[in-house]
Design a binder for this molecule. Structure first.
Ligand SMILES: [Zn+2]
Ligand SMILES: [Zn+2]
Length: 426
């Protein structure tokens, strides 16, 4: 450091001390980016020493910049420690919500004394509280991007909020019984409040894949709930077979994070035997949710179809063969209330008849992700073109539908998802 900078620092510090009462954190922090390995309090002691040589001893009273908020750092750390209680965490973050008065005073300080090496006071405060918290808790590492627990402290309001990051588990599920929705549905009549129709449960269906899979995890994590993010969804009345549908289970507000996902999967399978089954379970990162939701994998379906008029086996095979290719599909009427109304093109990749009995048949279809199979069969009053009903010249309806498999093409393997990598492995 040149003598000129040193003289400038000493002069500025003396002027700051003369201007009004200021605490060590604010005084030292004003030069926080000068010198390494010093705390702001150590900087402040040196600056006070230099200023004292020219007779400037500072003013008594509460700090005009921070209002002595730095002096409360230790007490806030103790509150954070009490707040976290028995909640399990490895990483944390303390974030202050500074009052307008404090922000304005800091701006004035920087402007008035032309501070070029000041550290933002928010950073200094968060670090001070964080260090004290870590000491009181006996463990923890600060993490700015995705901490297990995050404290938001508002010193002026006297409040502290604690956010607990969700725990994420990747896996695949099979749904062996019809009539189970993928996610929990609030009762249509009471919208979840509980009424006579739903027996006070607030639910339209007694169970969901989400609840059956989530229950052991919610319990083991002492969590407040679980959300199932599926790679697409099958209809309530369709089974999900084969190797199952990829999903990420998000366990919300967990108090315990160290869980054995595989063992808990065993509990799911025992409790939901014959209904829902999970496999490939492993802990994963938050990013896996996006990967699973965005991957539109191809599917193999088996449908039991009924016809209004007799259809000969040959006519059925010919009609089905002629459908292989592009299908233009306007958003089906049955989902129009929750999906944008638009026309999309998806491919029917392959199709075959496995059973044919004039008024009824069983067919298997391999499709792009996102093709609505029920509408491919019925035509949905002209919204899907071409359709099986259109080609046969008679009404056709899917009576039973199973997803036999979800292709792993374009789908990240379990390891990639667990690491939170991109599907291409970049
Ligand atoms: Zn201060
Ligand atoms: Zn109800």
């Amino acid at each position: 450091m040149t003598g000129e900078v040193l003289a400038q620092v000493a002069l500025t510090a003396a002027n700051m001390l003369a201007a009004g009462p200021i605490c060590d954190a604010c005084l030292g922090g004003a030069f926080g980016r000068l010198g390494h390995g010093l705390t702001n309090e150590e900087r402040a002691r040196s600056l006070r020493g230099v200023a004292a040589l020219v007779g400037e001893r500072g003013k008594p009273g509460p700090c005009w910049v921070c209002g002595d908020v730095f002096g409360e750092a230790e007490a806030w750390a103790a509150r954070a420690r009490a707040e976290v209680g028995e909640i399990e965490f490895a990483t944390y973050l303390c974030a202050v919500r500074p009052s307008l008065r404090w922000q304005e005073a800091e701006r004035l300080l920087v402007e008035r004394f032309h501070l070029a090496h000041a550290e933002p006071q928010k950073h200094a405060w968060n670090r001070t509280v964080g260090k004290a918290f870590e000491r009181l808790a006996g463990h923890g590492t600060v993490d700015f991007s995705d901490p297990d627990v995050k404290f938001t402290i508002d010193p002026a309001a006297g409040t502290i909020e604690i956010d607990i990051a969700s725990v994420f588990v990747y896996g695949r599920y099979r749904k062996l019984e019809r009539g189970i929705p993928q996610t929990h549905w609030p009762c249509r009549r009471c919208r979840g409040r509980g009424c006579a129709e739903c027996g006070g449960t607030g639910k339209q269906y007694a169970d969901s894949v989400e609840e059956l899979v989530g229950a052991p995890f919610v319990q083991a994590c002492h969590a407040s709930g679980a959300i199932l993010h599926g790679a697409g969804r099958e209809d309530i009345d369709a089974r999900m077979l084969g190797s199952g549908r990829p999903f990420v289970l998000e366990i919300v507000r967990p108090h315990v994070r160290s869980i054995d996902a595989r063992a808990l999967g065993g509990e799911v399978n025992a409790a939901a035997r014959g209904r829902v089954e999970v496999s490939n379970l492993r802990l994963c990162r938050r990013d896996a949710v996006g990967i699973v939701k965005e991957t539109d994998a191809g599917k193999t379906y088996r449908a039991r179809v009924e016809f209004e008029k007799d259809v000969s086996p040959d006519a059925l095979v010919a009609a089905l063969d002629s459908l292989v290719g592009d299908i233009a599909q306007r958003t089906p009427r049955r989902v129009a209330h929750r999906r944008a109304d638009l026309v999309r093109t998806r491919r029917l990749r392959a199709a075959r008849v496995t059973r044919s009995e004039l008024r009824e048949a069983e067919i298997e279809m391999v499709t792009d992700g996102g093709l609505y199979v029920k509408e491919l069969v019925s035509g949905d009053e002209g919204r899907t073109e071409p359709s099986l009903a259109g080609r046969l010249g008679t009404a056709a309806v899917v009576r039973e539908l199973d997803v036999l498999d979800i292709s792993s093409d374009g789908f990240p393997d379990a390891e990639e998802v667990a690491r939170g990598g991109s599907p291409s492995g970049e």
